[in-house]
Design a protein around this ligand. Structure first.
Ligand code: NAD
Length: 283
């Protein structure tokens, strides 16, 4: 068996074309969705991510405002900037690029963003709403993953989803989203004994451990759906994931590639949340 690829780049393009039309409709009503992106310091990876998000906004007509703050910025200065943006009517979404310098408490910052502008979906109010199945901003990477699985009409209800990783931004919320879709969910993490015993039972396996090629062919059940969240840069400059793609594609029924899988979908869901915010609170 050679797995069918779930192409995140293609799916993203399709969704972004639809979003362009939504933005155009809003613009005709005098509303241009706006996203503010705050970056503190000069971390090269963060700068690349921020540029990618800005480019994606421009492509579909969302106004993006980049706020660059010095590495030495204090928590109080960053909070003052967030307060300002919380009050600014033309801004529908506020994103603070993580990680932040060590003098700033990330959780304190996340909690200062208005839940109505929290397009990353990290604020405890949005997380609580997600857990209780209410309308909210869903975190972008988990939301993108669910959309990818649904795009292939893969059954979720009653299926066994195994999540490898329990971070607040990927592992925990993605498991919750699958639970909301009536899957049976198992979480594995760095202290799980005998990881393979769990992953090899998965109908849908989500690899989000941040460990290059942790998931080998023998970790996967024949016919499974395998979603690779990991991003690792190889010495030759190419990107790879948490999954050994060449081995696993011979056993899985569906697989996401790296690059061109979950990554583009994450940005697409950020655009989605920004448009939803403009619709919800301004239209
Ligand atoms: P993290 O480091 O915060 O969390 C990793 C999790 O994996 C932890 O819960 C840990 O317990 C678990 N883990 C680590 N080693 C393990 C092992 N050997 N066996 C089982 N579990 C193990 O990472 P994160 O922020 O959740 O990101 C995970 C990966 O996804 C990273 O490679 C990151 O770059 C990538 N990522 C990609 C996107 C995207 O858009 N594609 C978005 C976010 C993160």
């Amino acid at each position: 068996m050679t797995a069918q690829i779930i192409n995140g780049k293609e799916l993203s393009q399709k969704k972004r074309e639809e979003m362009k039309i939504e933005v155009e409709t809003l613009r005709k009503q005098g509303i241009t969705p706006g996203l503010a992106v705050i970056i503190v310091g000069t971390d090269p990876a963060s700068q690349t991510y921020v540029r990618g998000k800005q480019r994606a906004c421009e492509e579909i007509g969302i106004q993006s405002l980049l706020i660059e703050m010095k590495e030495s910025t204090t928590e109080a200065q960053l909070i003052a900037k967030i307060d300002e943006l919380n009050k600014e009517d033309s801004i529908d979404g506020i994103l603070v690029q993580l990680p932040l310098p060590s003098q700033i408490n990330e959780q304190a910052i996340i909690e200062k963003i208005s839940p109505n502008k929290d397009v990353d979906g990290f604020h405890p109010i949005n997380i609580g709403r997600m857990m209780t199945g209410q309308d909210c901003f869903l975190p972008c990477t988990p939301h993108g993953i669910i959309e990818m699985v649904k795009s292939k009409q893969i059954d979720i209800e009653g299926k066994h989803v195994v999540v490898v990783g329990r971070s607040n931004i990927v592992g925990k919320p993605v498991g919750q989203l699958f639970l909301n879709e009536h899957a049976t969910v198992t979480y594995c993490h760095s202290r799980t004994n005998d990881l393979k015993a769990y992953t090899s039972q998965a109908d849908i396996l989500i690899a989000a451990a941040g460990k290059q090629h942790l998931i080998q062919g023998e970790y996967v059940k024949r016919g499974a759906t395998v979603i690779d969240v990991g991003i690792h840069r190889l010495e030759n400059g190419k990107l790879t994931g948490d999954v050994n793609f060449d081995e696993v594609k011979e056993k899985a029924a569906y697989i996401t590639p790296v690059p061109g899988g979950v990554g583009p979908m994450t940005i697409t869901m950020l655009l989605h949340n920004t448009i939803q915010s403009a619709k919800r609170f301004r239209a």
